[in-house]
Design a protein around this ligand. Structure first.
Ligand SMILES: [Zn+2]
Length: 289
């Protein structure tokens, strides 16, 4: 399969021919960086793990350049660091038994440059050959520009598909900003209680990022555990790990729908809930005269 960046590649852990490996996809995660998929889309990974009827395809949009580095990697050139990050992503694909791992290798700036159509072209072509039922990408309230840019590119690519070829659902997932702030009715909660050691293994292969000075592995498992405990204030913990997502499906069902307007509905419902509780309690707490 041809992509716009010459160094782009498709890695197939079990060695199946690329076309067949892509065509078996049922669940697909499209992320900005190496390690984002494992942080945000474990729901898809574990739903396909050890299955013959479901296959996970990971897509990383950037080339991994400009990553912070420390410890073992502190003297690595940018090229050497990119090679390490690609290798780590392939290790994750092996550990998680992905059907395929696509590395599109764009510099971040190309993804954020709206006049550059190449990323959307690549994604549209890829979506046509993979035909996923479920797509995971970044959420639109993430605070990393490249993450949001990738989510916008994914929405655009899906909107270009004929209606019958669009995925059934698309979820915006948590990396740089979690979604605990959304009102409960808006939260898509993925139960990630199963395969805790597999989750840890997938996060742990990204040694270059963790060595860069950030314990993404511990923080991600901690966030999942925190969500499970704090999701419901009454009753005992049913799940031991949860990740939240924003349902982006209405944006692909109606290509004319405003992305900003859609996200504003979530922030408005959040603001209304906070203010309504304050108003109610202040009313109730006024001492009777
Ligand atoms: Zn990222």
């Amino acid at each position: 399969m041809q992509f716009n960046i010459e160094s782009a590649e498709v890695f197939v852990p079990d060695g199946l021919a690329v076309e067949q490996a892509l065509a078996r996809t049922t669940h697909m995660a499209i992320a900005a960086h190496q390690d984002d998929i494992e942080i945000m889309a474990f729901d898809g990974i574990h739903k396909c793990f050890q299955r013959e009827d479901r296959w996970f395809c990971g897509v990383v949009a950037t080339d991994g350049s400009g990553a912070p580095r420390d410890s073992l990697y502190k003297d690595y050139t940018d090229d050497a660091m990119q090679a390490v990050r690609r290798k780590e992503q392939k290790k994750a694909a092996v550990v998680g038994e992905y059907g395929a791992q696509v590395l599109l290798n764009y510099p971040s700036r190309a993804l954020k440059d709206g006049s550059n159509e190449a990323p959307v072209e690549d994604l549209t072509r890829l979506l046509r050959v993979t035909g996923p039922e479920i797509v995971y990408t970044h959420n639109l309230a993430d605070k990393h520009d490249t993450h949001v840019a990738v989510a916008l590119r994914v929405i655009e690519a899906i909107r270009r598909l004929p209606e019958v070829e669009r995925p059934l659902r698309i979820y915006g997932c948590e990396v740089w900003r979690d979604l605990d702030w959304m009102v409960d009715a808006d939260k898509v909660a993925f139960d990630l209680s199963a395969h805790e050691s597999l989750q840890a293994a997938l996060l742990g292969v990204f040694d270059s990022q963790i060595c860069g000075g950030k314990r993404y592995d511990l923080a991600t498992m901690g966030r999942r555990r925190a969500h499970a405990t704090y999701h419901e204030s009454h009753g005992t913990d049913v799940a031991t790990g949860i990740s939240f997502a924003m349902d982006l499906t209405p944006l692909i069902a109606d290509p004319a729908r405003s992305v900003q307007g859609y996200v504003e509905e979530f922030t408005t419902r959040f603001a209304q809930e906070v203010l309504a509780r304050l108003a109610r309690l202040q009313g109730e707490m006024q001492s009777p005269t």
